[in-house]
Structure formats: structure tokens, C-alpha cells
Design a binder for this molecule. Sequence first.
Ligand code: SAM
Length: 273
Amino acid sequence: MPPLRQVKRYKTNCYKNQPFVSLFQLKFQVSESETFRIKLLTMENETNNSAQSNGKNCLKKTKDNSQYREQTYWEERFQTEDEYEWLCTYNDLKDFIKRDLKKEDKIIILGCGNSTFSSDLCDAGFSNVTSVDFSTAVINAMRKKYESSHPTLQWIVSDVRNLKEIPNNMFDVVIDKACLDALVCDEGDPWEPNVRTKTDVDSTLTSVVRILKPENSAFISIGFQQPHFRKRYLQFQGSNYGWEQNIVTSNINVGMGYFYTHCKLNVINESSI
Ligand SMILES: C[S@@+](CC[C@H](N)C(=O)[O-])C[C@H]1O[C@@H](n2cnc3c(N)ncnc32)[C@H](O)[C@@H]1O
């Protein structure tokens, strides 16, 4: 087969109000009559677009995407930003959530930021929700904001790469909404991500498995990264997280389209016990 020829490359800068997402489309010529396109979503520089925020100066221009993985970037941003919803809202996800979660589940949200997702879950009847973020500023602000309206919500400062404040085998469900996206924002070549990114994601997923109950629990990852590339992390070579045979990705049809990946851990079929 002759080598593929790239015939066109499109780039859409800062799609609508999703500041860290850019779309690349690569068009390849397979034969004289056939072409195919690959869509690549990448994190890109922010703009001053603040359509989804009620914060002040919440979206400063950044010099490069790698800032999204830095604690100092988020601490500074949360000094002035009150509320911001990345990628999609609870409402966009509610059908998946109702399908996959039980009201009594113990749920933890990774990298909660100042999104309303945790309180939205609580309003929908999921009363056992813990939220973590490595920014002390945002965790203090969220605790204060919700202490009287949503007293059952728990807020903990923790780095998802070790989650050392969280005991083992505690949760039925771990939810990542755009937190892994921040960790992979500077991965380099998505086919061969750099060592730092692979190490950070592996430590995060190892910590996720540690805090999940050992059986019939689940990790849910909501993000913009194309399923093929997200799965490479979820099935990282040599790893054995326990969900490898039970990963199902669905499309979230909002904005430019995101992905909901449900990873069931060590599924035990009760009828076979
Ligand atoms: C893109 S925002 C997503 C915020 C929120 N989950 C949402 O959907 O709107 C990424 C969040 O992850 C947090 N974060 C990034 N790296 C982290 C880490 N290593 N440990 C804990 N939180 C982290 C940031 O502070 C930020 O709040």
C-alpha cells in the first residue's frame, strides 16, 4: 500500500466558548478516489472569551498549554474566578449519570474546580459526593459557597496524582470531568506522549483504583480527548488497573462533541457467585 498523503490541514482556533479546545482536521488521500479525515482536539491558548463564566478576568491569555497542568496557574485563576463549567453541564450528562450511578453510591469528583457539577449531582439526589482539587483557593471557596445550601458535600484539597488524603477502597464511583484533560494538555505527540504525562496519568489512575471499592465500582472520565488516545492511557502498557476489559465510551453531543468513558472495575457477576 502506498504511503498516506496528507492533503489538507485545517485548524479551528478556540472553538466557541471552550477556551482550551482547538480542533485540527487532517485530510489524507488514500487512493485516487478515496480520502479520509481525522479530527484531533487539542488544548490551546485561551482567549478572553468569558461566555460561561461570571468571574472577573477569569480567562487571561496564557503563553502555552502546559500551564493547565500547573498548580500555580489554577491557584491564580481561582483568586478571581467564581464559577466556570468546562466542556459540558450536568444537564448534558444526566442520562449517562442516571444510567450508571445509584443514588446511594459514594461518589468522588476529581479536579472539581468551581464547576456546579458536584452541587448539581446533590440536587439530583446523589447525596454522598466528595470533591477534590489541588487548589486550596478553590476548595475553600467551594466549601464556603455550599456549606449552608448543600451541607452534605465534602471538599478536600488533594492532588489526584496521589490522592493521599483519601483512604483506600472508599468509593463506588470516581468521576473525572476535564481533570485528566488538564494533565494531558502538554502530552506532546498523542501517539507517544512524553514521560511526564504518562507518569502523571498512571499515578492518577493507580490512585483512582486504590480509592475505589475493589469490585463492581467504576471510574468515569468525561473529556475532550479522542477515545483512541484516552484509551491508550486507560490501558497503559504494563498496567493492570482492573477495568481493561470493561471500557465503554459514548459520545456527548454538545459543543464540538466530547466523550464519556465508563470503566467498570473488576466486574463480579452476582449470579456466578
Ligand atoms: C479544566 S478544569 C475542570 C474543572 C471542573 N471539573 C469542570 O468540569 O468544570 C481542571 C481542574 O483540575 C484541577 N487539577 C488539575 N491538575 C490537578 C491535580 N494534579 N490534582 C488535583 N486537581 C487538579 C484544576 O485545579 C482545575 O480545577
